[in-house]
Design a protein around this ligand. Structure first.
Ligand SMILES: NC(=O)c1ccc[n+]([C@@H]2O[C@H](COP(=O)([O-])OP(=O)(O)OC[C@H]3O[C@@H](n4cnc5c(N)ncnc54)[C@H](O)[C@@H]3O)[C@@H](O)[C@H]2O)c1
Length: 317
């Protein structure tokens, strides 16, 4: 039986992507792996294995014995956490990607998915409607590793024919799991505070606009890209991807419609400098033209959906 391997499956993105892939292909065909054994317990609908992507022998063995034909490589150190231990972030993010690309070549895999990020952009990038192709001088180790990763993806496609596909996600907002140390985490935490009836302190300024996306849209984009015929995937570094763009004040206002007593204050910390180096909004016309990308959720619709569903999930956190 051919299988799909998800590495770093128990995180914010993987938790929802693993479910979507299991629904699509059947749980028997999906192996959710993560370094964190406890976090794997939620996957009772597919195969699971504890796996450290840095343990190359163990990964190679699993790929061989399980006949892995597709890999979704999601394990990474994210932007805010990366700044606390830059060399570790570089090592994990780069070594693991190069290893997965080598495995894809060696085992002639069908497809690889690896996410990039708006963190590839930097302070000298045009901030509004940031184009697909433009100056990129990222100044976080996370952004540098994503930029280098994109170059390696394109290289493996061009030189070795590895069918690797990638999206530059904006900040992802979901209610089914907690975020993993990124600069856009505030946009998840704020809903938790509103529902708990607590005051929210934003670590970004009131007017700090960033590109964001509701998780169902991110899952849809990922599945659509991976299902697109090979020739339609014309960009092999990573596609710009966009949905909504908002500030802490705007998301607060959207929640206040539902929770009129909710309050906010602003205490920017080191993450403000990271946010300031990223775009305000993204031009994703290539994704829309090449494989038909279209988002479903705006800020109002996302807020209503999260506030309706999050309370049920909060008991699990
Ligand atoms: N969440 C976002 O807003 C966002 C935005 C842009 C790009 N991305 C990218 O999407 C991917 C997934 O992000 P996420 O938000 O789900 O991250 P996350 O931190 O929530 O999850 C990462 C998972 O990887 C696991 N992991 C860490 N080290 C590992 C190792 N050595 N071996 C195996 N597993 C390991 C962690 O236990 C965790 O479950 C990353 O590549 C990230 O850069 C995320």
């Amino acid at each position: 039986m051919e299988r799909i391997l998800i590495i770093g499956a128990a995180g914010q993105l993987g938790s929802e992507l693993t479910l979507a892939l299991s629904q699509q292909y059947g749980g028997d065909h999906v192996i959710a792996t993560d370094i964190n054994p406890k976090a794997l317990e939620k996957f009772d609908f597919c195969k699971t294995a504890v796996l450290d992507i840095m343990n190359q022998d163990a990964v190679r063995q699993l790929v061989k014995t399980e006949n892995v034909k597709q890999v979704y490589h999601l394990a990474a150190v994210l932007s805010a956490t990366g700044e606390k231990n830059p060399l570790f972030a570089w090592q994990l993010n780069m070594d693991s990607l190069l290893f997965v690309l080598e495995l894809a070549k060696e085992f002639k895999m069908e497809k690889i998915y690896w996410p990039s990020s708006i963190a590839v952009f930097g302070p000298n990038t045009p901030k509004v409607n940031t184009p697909q192709y433009c100056v990129k001088e990222p100044n976080t180790v996370y952004g540098i590793s994503k930029q280098a990763g994109e170059r390696w993806c394109e290289y493996y496609f061009q030189k070795f024919g590895v069918d690797v596909r990638s999206l530059r996600y904006p900040g992802l907002i979901g209610y089914k799991s907690l975020p993993g140390g990124g600069t856009t985490d505030y946009a998840v935490d704020i809903y938790h505070k509103a529902i708990a009836g607590e005051h929210f302190v934003s670590f970004l300024r009131a007017d700090s606009a960033l590109p964001m996306m509701y998780m169902p849209d991110a899952i849809k984009a990922t599945m659509d890209l991976m299902h697109a015929p090979r020739e339609q995937v014309k960009i092999r570094s990573s596609y710009n991807l966009a949905a909504i763009s908002f500030t802490p004040r705007e998301i607060f206002e959207s929640i206040k419609v539902h929770y009129p007593d909710f309050s906010i204050s602003y205490e920017p910390d080191f993450r403000q400098a990271i946010a300031d180096s990223w775009p305000d909004s993204i031009d994703d016309s290539s994704a829309r033209a090449d494989w038909g990308w279209k988002h479903d959720y705006d800020l109002k619709k996302m807020t209503a959906d999260i506030l309706a569903n999050l309370p049920e999930y909060m008991v699990n956190f």
